[in-house]
Design a protein around this ligand. Structure first.
Ligand code: NCC
Length: 276
C-alpha cells in the first residue's frame, strides 16, 4: 500500500469521516421516553465555526510548559476527561469551550461526574467504545459503561449546558483512517479521546493547534499534568492504538519539528480550509 503524503491524508480524513452526534430524531432513541433530552441538532451545526482552536492533551509534559497564555489566545479550547484548569492555568490556560469525555469518566465514582464543577464549563461531548460496525440498538443495549443513564442524570441536573454524544460511526471511521494508513493490523479498539477530539475540532475550526499529543522535549513518564502517577503507556498507548494515531498526526502536521520540540505543538488545517 503506498504511503500517502500529508495533504492526501488530510483530504482522506475530510472525505471519509463524518463528525456526527446523536439527535433526538434518530432511531432507536426517538422512540424512547427520554429522547427529548438529546439535542435536536448536530454539535457541528450548533458550535463554531471558529478561526483558531487549541486541543489540550492531558499529557504530563504540559506540566511546567508555561503554555497557558498561548492556549487561551485561541477562539476555542478543547479539553479531555477530568483534566482540570484550576491550579494549572500557567501551563494549560483557563478557557474551556468543549470538554470531550469518555463513558468511563461519566460512570466512575472517583470522578464525581454528576456533582463536580470541573464539568460545568463549555459544552460537553461524550463517547463510549461501541462494538465495531454494530448498529445503534445493539450498542444501546450493551454499552461499555452506562453512558445513557449517566447522560440522562446529568441533563436533569444541568439542563442548560449543551451536551452531545458522539455517534459511534465517527469513532470507527477515524479508526479506519488509521488502519488504512498503517502497514500492520492495529488493535480493534477505538482511537483515544485525543485523536477523536482533534478530528472534531478540525471540523469546527480554520486552524487547530494540538498541544503535547506529540511530546515535546519535556516528554515524561508522568501520565497526566494534574496527577502524581507515572506510566509510559499513557503516552505510548495500550488499549488505544495511540502510537499509530501519533504517527498519523505527525504525517499531517503542517507546523515545524521545532514547534513540536519546544511547544509540543502540532498545526493542522481545518476541513473548511482544505482544497481537495
Ligand atoms: O488519559 P486521558 O485519555 O484522559 O488523556 C486524554 C488524551 O490525552 C492524550 N494523552 C494523555 C496522556 C499522555 N501522557 N499522552 C497523551 O497523548 C491522549 O490522546 C488521550 O486520549 C481517553 O482517551 O479517554 C483516555 O482516558 C483515560 C481515563 O479513562 C480518563 O483519564 C479518566 O480517568 C484512559 N485511562 C485508563 O483507562 C486508565 C486512557 O487510556 C485514555
Amino acid at each position: 500500500r503506498p504511503k500517502l503524503s500529508g495533504p492526501k491524508l488530510l483530504c482522506q480524513l475530510k472525505d471519509k469521516v463524518e463528525v456526527s452526534t446523536l439527535t433526538s430524531d434518530l432511531q432507536p432513541f426517538s422512540s424512547l421516553p427520554w429522547a427529548d433530552q438529546l439535542p435536536t441538532k448536530q454539535l457541528t451545526s450548533d458550535l463554531g465555526p471558529y478561526k483558531s482552536c487549541a486541543v489540550v492533551s492531558s499529557a504530563g509534559s504540559l506540566r511546567y510548559s508555561g503554555l497557558g497564555k498561548e492556549i487561551d489566545c485561541h477562539d476555542a479550547v478543547l479539553r479531555f476527561n477530568a483534566a482540570p484548569t484550576s491550579g494549572y492555568e500557567k501551563d494549560v490556560g483557563s478557557k474551556t469551550t468543549i470538554r470531550l469525555i469518555n463513558s468511563q469518566v461519566m460512570a466512575s465514582d472517583d470522578h464525581r461526574f454528576l456533582s463536580s464543577s470541573l464539568y460545568s464549563a463549555g459544552a460537553l461531548a461524550a463517547w463510549d467504545p461501541a462494538p465495531f460496525s454494530a448498529d445503534l440498538t445493539q450498542w444501546y443495549n450493551r454499552t461499555d459503561y452506562p453512558i445513557f443513564t449517566q447522560y440522562q442524570r446529568y441533563r436533569r441536573l444541568h439542563p442548560m449546558q449543551p451536551f452531545y454524544i458522539l455517534h459511534p460511526r465517527f469513532e470507527w471511521q477515524v479508526w479506519q483512517r488509521i488502519q488504512d494508513n498503517m502497514a500492520e493490523p492495529i488493535q480493534k479498539n477505538p482511537p483515544s479521546s485525543g485523536l477523536l477530539g482533534t478530528v472534531l475540532m478540525m471540523s469546527l475550526c480554520e486552524v487547530v493547534h494540538v498541544y503535547e499529543f506529540l511530546p515535546s522535549r519535556r516528554k515524561t513518564e508522568l501520565c497526566h499534568y494534574y496527577q502524581r502517577f507515572f506510566d509510559a503507556a499513557c503516552t505510548l498507548g495500550a488499549y488505544h492504538p495511540l502510537l499509530y494515531e501519533k504517527n498519523l498526526v505527525k504525517r499531517m502536521n503542517q507546523g515545524s519539528n521545532r514547534d513540536i520540540l519546544t511547544h509540543g505543538r502540532v498545526t493542522l488545517p481545518g476541513f473548511s480550509k482544505l482544497n481537495c
